[in-house]
Design a protein around this ligand. Structure first.
Ligand code: HEM
Length: 493
């Protein structure tokens, strides 16, 4: 626990709040549309900005006396934060709720649900990461290829020509199935529905801002229903873990590997609570991210017909309509560039959140202990000092540029770099290759495309697309896009 007995003052520049509920309003604005608000703040105050000059905001830090929120961007900032992991601590995905455990047994799961790697720092993080690494080794990940292909095939078989499909929902179902199969060995379509239902229910309750404002376990209040959903999820997950532990069967999935994982020096294995923390965190970190990464690629392709045509040429010439093998994935350079460029312009994780474990500096400003710091991956990727015409979706640029890991970091950088990056890239590429050879998806522009969300950036109104057999009519459906995405990427009128 970071000890801050008195709330120190922030001296990082930023806007001043209105007298009544100014901090709540600013927090709400940030959570609602962090990209637009931060763009404005960076323009007005520079690359290191306080959400409110006087502090008093707390979005993510579970520690009492958090002095406020600092947002920052740029390669130097990314380096400072990601290379000093003992100074800039990471906190559980459950955010401020992590600090709300009390004597009630109903709050006990806050200890572990969505904690995993996100909730450990320093030596403990190194130890846990080492235990998890074998499950994410290249060979292990590659062994998931066949299961991924089967699930993708079955989801694509379900698409009807002429129907309008919300691509975000389609990809969410697909990546959830892939995650539950590779993590727990349970395909959603073959009996894993209960777990996915409970995870969804819990995620929905967690997204209700009222739980932070009225955290009282009283029937009728959203916090009460969050605790109910969390206990149900906790129970279901424990059952899965116990079944797997007592059966002693290695199903080849991540959970089986984690049950067997043993620290080489101490011989320690993961406790049931730790296992629960890891699998819920990996599940949460591993499917919504990929869902939106794929959705944004499909959006950008729908508005860049020449890129879409070139990509299909590449896919067909190498794959001839068949799902890619692991080796063939290395022979698709344009696919690689399209995905990289899409994750540069519209990263599905726009921020890296941290909390200062001691008083330190960032970009030359003093950062008091306990301050929460958000580093903007999005704004770093849109920096004109690093990328010429940063708003342009131009996969070709990757033929000439080789940014450092601090300049380009959709998966973060340093010792806390995404453990699932290899898994995600393989999944995203296989989905795109199989989908694009079979179908053309034409964007429906009825509703604005608004990229929203603080943890994961997602199109708020979904991404409705009309399904065609792949007919190469890529110029259809180009243009007419409205919404805040126009401020993020250059699009045809
Ligand atoms: C396009 C897909 C993905 C993106 C963009 C992404 C991005 C990220 C980023 C930016 C971080 C660092 C967050 C921070 O430092 O604050 C991270 C961490 C993490 N990711 Fe991913 N991720 C993706 C997919 C996955 C998948 C598929 C898995 C697992 C199956 C996964 C598991 C994790 C875990 C466990 C961490 C914590 C690592 C640590 O703290 O040591 N991610 N991811």
């Amino acid at each position: 626990m970071i000890a801050t007995t008195k709330k120190p003052k922030l001296t990082v520049p930023g806007p001043h709040s209105s007298p009544l509920f100014g901090n709540l309003i600013q927090m709400f604005k940030f959570v609602d549309d962090s990209i637009s608000l931060s763009r404005q703040l960076f323009q007005n105050y520079g690359s290191v900005v306080s959400l409110l000059a006087e502090g008093g905001t707390n979005i993510y830090s579970p520690y009492p006396n958090c002095p406020g929120t600092v947002i920052a961007y740029g390669a130097d900032i990314v380096r400072e934060v990601t290379s000093q992991h003992d100074v800039f601590h990471k906190c559980p995905l459950i955010g401020i709720l992590y600090g709300k455990q009390n004597d009630s047994p109903r709050t006990k799961p806050f200890n572990h649900i969505l904690v995993g790697l996100f909730g450990v720092n320093g030596g403990e993080h190194r130890q846990h990461r080492q235990l998890l690494m074998p499950a994410f080794h290249r060979q292990r990940i590659e062994s998931y290829r066949d299961e991924m292909v089967d699930i993708i095939q079955s989801e694509l078989d379900g698409l009807q020509i002429g129907e309008i499909v919300n691509v975000v929902e389609l990809m969410r179902r697909l990546t959830m199935r892939v995650a539950s199969k590779t993590l727990f060995g349970e395909d959603v379509n073959q009996g894993g529905e209960e777990l996915v239902r409970l995870l969804k229910k819990f995620g929905k309750r967690l997204g209700n801002p009222a739980i932070a404002i009225l955290p009282f376990d009283i029937p009728g209040l959203p916090y009460h229903y969050l605790l109910d959903a969390m206990l149900e999820l906790d129970g279901e997950m424990r059952d899965i873990i116990r079944r797997r532990t007592t059966s002693g069967v290695d199903g080849g999935d991540v959970l089986s590997m984690l049950i067997q994982a043993k620290d080489a020096d101490s011989g320690l294995t993961l406790t049931e609570d730790e296992l629960l923390g890891h699998v819920t965190a990996i599940f949460a970190a591993g499917h919504d991210t990929s869902t939106n990464a794929i959705a944004w690629v499909l959006f950008l392709l729908s508005q860049h017909p020449q890129v879409a045509a070139d990509l299909l040429d590449e896919l067909e010439s190498v794959l001839h309509g068949e799902p890619p093998t692991v080796e063939q994935l290395q022979q698709l350079p344009l696919l690689e560039r399209v995905v990289k460029e899409s994750m540069r312009v519209l990263p599905s994780i726009p921020w890296n959140g941290r909390v200062a474990s001691e008083t330190t500096t960032l970009g030359g400003f003093e950062i008091p202990a306990g301050t929460e710091v958000f580093v903007s991956i999005y704004q770093t990727h849109h920096s004109a000092e690093i990328y010429s015409q940063p708003q342009q979706f131009n996969p070709q640029r990757w033929e000439e540029i080789e940014p450092t890991m601090y300049e380009y970091n959709p998966f973060s950088a340093g010792s806390r770099i995404c453990i699932g990056a290899g898994f995600a890239m393989m999944e995203i590429k296989i989905v795109l290759a199989m989908l694009l050879m079979r179908y053309r998806l034409q964007l429906i522009t009825e509703k604005p495309i608004d990229g929203k969300g603080m943890i994961v950036m997602s199109p708020r109104n979904g991404l409705p697309m009309l399904v065609y057999k792949q007919d190469r009519q890529f110029t259809q459906g180009v243009g007419g896009v409205r919404g805040n995405v126009r401020e993020m990427v250059d699009l045809p009128q």
